[in-house]
Design a protein. Structure first.
Length: 308
């Protein structure tokens, strides 16, 4: 497969590098200092699964310079999704499929405003990784999993081909029969992890071992489940308990990308995470007091600087 990784951050950089290292045809799209560092010195991955470097990866600043692709992996920040989708239209018109491993549950709806619905594959990822410095992706822990699938549940040739590429690269990967439900399952965990770590400003280990912060984490996730069920997603009523047990299996030092962004003064994906839950809950008349509080607490830092 000809794969384009659109957004070479913690997610796109890590998984794209694994695919490229295994021999896949991968083109990276990056910008700014990160692009310049990769262009000059290559892309370095630091991981408990093994450090490695791509000395001269194929990388561009503008996706319009890419003429052909079988699959585009979208891994830009959520606020860039509209612009990214518009720029992908020429590649999609020439046959490219698109799979987003971004955060949230509204990403594919946004892509679908600009791209044919049949071009979009649903996807979720599980990894803790960040750009630790320009040209360097640091992976925490050993979890590195991609789950993807067609929205109609079919096992198409394109999802099977991508699954084979992931397996060759040593990436844990699954083809999903009900990708919408799995996207929401990830969202429950993601909103809990991001909201709790960013507001409490501690990693998951400390949060899950204290009774009150553990209860807070559970309540945040329970609200997401309630909103999803109100939207018709097939989530079990007790799914927040399932995700809390999953949090107990994580490395104690694990945190979230939103916590990382907060500490580094970067823009936050808050409107699509706890803020998104609060907005959807309000529209559906589902109470979301914990997520509304998280959104309110972090609002002054949401654009990457302290306002006021």
């Amino acid at each position: 497969m000809k794969i384009v990784v659109f957004g070479t951050g913690g997610v796109g950089g890590y998984f794209g590098a694994r695919l490229a290292q295994s021999g896949c045809d991968v083109t990276f799209v990056a910008r700014g200092r990160h692009y310049a560092a990769i262009k000059a010195h290559g892309l370095r991955i630091e991981s408990p699964l093994g450090n490695f470097a791509l000395e001269a990866p194929r990388i561009v600043e503008d996706i319009s310079t890419v003429q052909q692709a079988d699959l585009v992996v979208v891994a830009v920040k959520l606020w860039d999704t509209d612009e990214a989708a518009r720029s992908l239209a020429p590649l999609v018109s020439r046959g490219a499929a698109v799979v987003s491993f971004q955060n949230g549950v509204q990403k594919d709806e946004t892509l679908g405003k600009h791209l044919p619905r049949e071009s979009i594959i649903g996807g979720v990822c599980y990894i803790a990784s960040v750009i630790s410095s320009p040209g360097v992706i640091t992976h925490s822990g050993t979890m590195q999993k991609l789950v993807f699938g067609e929205y109609d549940g079919s096992r198409s040739a394109r999802v099977q081909a991508f699954h084979a590429a992931c397996e060759k690269a040593g990436i844990t990967a699954e083809i999903a029969d009900d990708i919408e439900r799995l996207i929401w399952e990830k969202y429950v965990f993601l909103v809990g992890l991001s909201g709790a770590t960013a507001t409490i400003r501690r990693p998951i280990g400390a949060i899950r071992t204290h009774a009150r912060t553990r209860a807070f984490l559970f309540d945040v996730m329970h609200e997401v489940v309630a909103v999803g069920r109100a939207k018709g997603v097939r989530l079990p009523a007790d799914f927040a308990g399932n995700r809390l047990a999953f949090c107990d299996t994580l490395p104690e030092g694990m945190t979230s990308s939103m916590h990382h962004d907060l500490e580094n003064g970067n823009r936050l994906e808050l409107p699509w995470l706890s803020g998104g839950v609060a907005s959807m809950g309000e529209a559906l008349n589902v109470p979301t007091p914990r997520n509304r509080t998280i959104a309110d607490i972090l609002e002054l830092s949401a654009d990457g600087r302290v306002s006021g």
